[in-house]
Design a protein around this ligand. Structure first.
Ligand SMILES: C[C@@H](N)C(=O)N[C@H](C)C(=O)O
Ligand SMILES: [Zn+2]
Length: 207
């Protein structure tokens, strides 16, 4: 960990995380693969197919705080009426991984700075696209995941009509269940109550 930043308060001990869950069950990070069977995961940061071109996670897992996971379940149910489902690229992210991104990207439009931490570190952000439930294939979006350019901005135009429909379906359905889109990235959504949750730096295997 670099000492070049004024560090925010970060929970680094699993015992402290467990105490916080005991005090308030909303703090629990739920494993989305267990909580939402059928959810499609493509956890890029567990592979070398990501911005840093090396695996950053030891396991291809996605966790969210309990109320955020419950809201995502509502999103998944609403999308099914459109023959669509969620495809998850990332959810809870340990703080130390945010620091690694910042060292490379150093642009607050596309990466959270270490002195603030990311809402992903709070277990309240999720990076998602849509899949077609009939084919299992991803639905076309304006860019691939983590293409950090203006084309990824949520209001970017021009885009083909079918792509705009998919993006609008994702943005509207996530908003309906309490997720606020980050305008710089069509795939990134923050659970509205993110400020109630602490920054964490715990690896998945400790959860
Ligand atoms: C690195 C990129 N995928 C990302 O997560 N950006 C947001 C702004 C974050 O760091 O929270
Ligand atoms: Zn994100």
């Amino acid at each position: 960990m670099s000492s070049r930043y004024a560090l925010p308060a970060v929970v680094r001990e699993v015992g402290e995380y467990r105490r916080q869950v005991q005090q308030n069950p909303a703090n629990e990070l739920l494993n989305l693969a267990v909580f939402l069977p059928g959810l499609q995961l493509d956890i890029r940061y567990a592979t070398a197919n990501n911005l840093l071109r090396e695996p950053l996670y030891a396991a291809a897992a996605a966790y969210l705080r309990r109320p955020a996971a419950e809201a995502l379940r509502e999103v998944q149910a609403a999308l099914a009426a459109h023959d669509a489902g969620l495809l998850v690229f990332d959810a809870y992210r340990p703080y130390s991984v945010t620091v690694r991104f910042w060292e490379q990207i150093q642009d607050e439009t596309y990466a959270a700075p270490p002195w603030r931490g990311s809402r992903h570190n709070r277990g309240c952000s999720v990076d998602v696209a849509l899949q077609d439930l009939r084919t299992g294939l991803p639905l076309p979006m304006p860019t691939a995941f983590d293409v950090l350019t203006p084309a990824a901005h949520s209001t970017y135009e021009p885009v083909p009509a079918a792509v705009r429909r998919n993006r609008t379906l994702l943005l509207r359905t996530m908003a309906q269940f309490g997720f606020v889109n980050y305008p710089g990235e069509w795939w990134h959504f923050d659970f509205a109550a993110w400020a109630d949750f602490a920054l964490l730096d715990l690896p998945f295997e400790q959860l």
